[in-house]
Design a protein around this ligand. Structure first.
Ligand SMILES: [Zn+2]
Length: 222
């Protein structure tokens, strides 16, 4: 399994292209939002000779979905998102306006419901779909177990966690997701978040103030 990260749109959202030796790939959280960013993504895919088979999202926020329709239209692939986040697609234009941005091309159809999907497959590779509600109701993280790579969306960042003050956000649920579904995957697991730099679960267990206060029992989320 190999992947590349692009930081797209004014919110510098991390879009990941993930592929394997079969050259099939998935695009995680396509946030490309301009002709230039569309071209960057398409040229990378063409340059590697990759064949996209799925657009898949950790959650439904507009900054993670502004490029999904481009991926769907360009490669004729289905879109996977939790049905619990589908309403966020419809609210995307309004949410973008709150950030002073346009999101004219939000995807209207979701073909694969991640709320009822355990595994996303491409080529010879499986990504486990692990529920992580809290930042949004239908948030998931995507786990490639053989390489210990976790695509965490906006659930867990290097040094921080996703905001929970947006509609549908739930701080207690987010901490439960991190403590019960992410930390147990192990210290060596690489964290590839939806914004910013990568990290590891071990590093976040030691240095992420939101995680350490929970692990140290300073706040009881159990
Ligand atoms: Zn988000």
């Amino acid at each position: 399994m190999e992947f590349v990260k692009f930081a797209f749109n004014p919110l510098q959202e991390n879009t990941y292209v993930v592929w394997d030796e079969s050259l099939e790939c998935v695009v995680i959280d396509a946030g490309n939002a301009s002709a230039k960013e569309d071209r960057m993504l398409a040229e990378f895919i063409a340059g590697k000779g990759l064949k996209p088979v799925l657009a898949v999202n950790t959650h439904g926020h507009f900054d993670h979905a502004m490029g999904v329709q481009f991926v769907k239209d360009t490669y004729a692939v289905p879109f996977a998102l939790s049905s619990a986040d589908k309403v966020l697609m419809e609210q995307g234009v309004a949410h973008a306006m709150m950030f002073g941005l346009d999101a004219p091309n939000m995807p209207s159809e979701v073909e694969v419901d991640l709320a009822t999907t355990d595994v996303v497959r491409f080529g010879n590779t499986e990504l486990k779909v692990i529920p992580s509600p809290g930042h949004t109701p239908g948030g998931v993280v995507l786990y490639h177990e053989p390489s210990g790579t976790l695509f965490t969306g906006d659930t867990l960042f290097k040094g921080s966690i996703g905001r929970t003050d947006l509609p549908g956000g739930d701080y207690t649920a987010l901490m439960h997701s991190i403590l019960n579904n992410i930390i147990p995957l192990g210290d060596e697991v690489k964290v590839c978040p939806g914004h910013g730099e990568s990290s590891t679960i071990g590093q976040e267990s030691l240095y992420n103030p939101f995680v350490t206060e929970a692990l140290n029992g300073e706040v009881n989320y159990k």
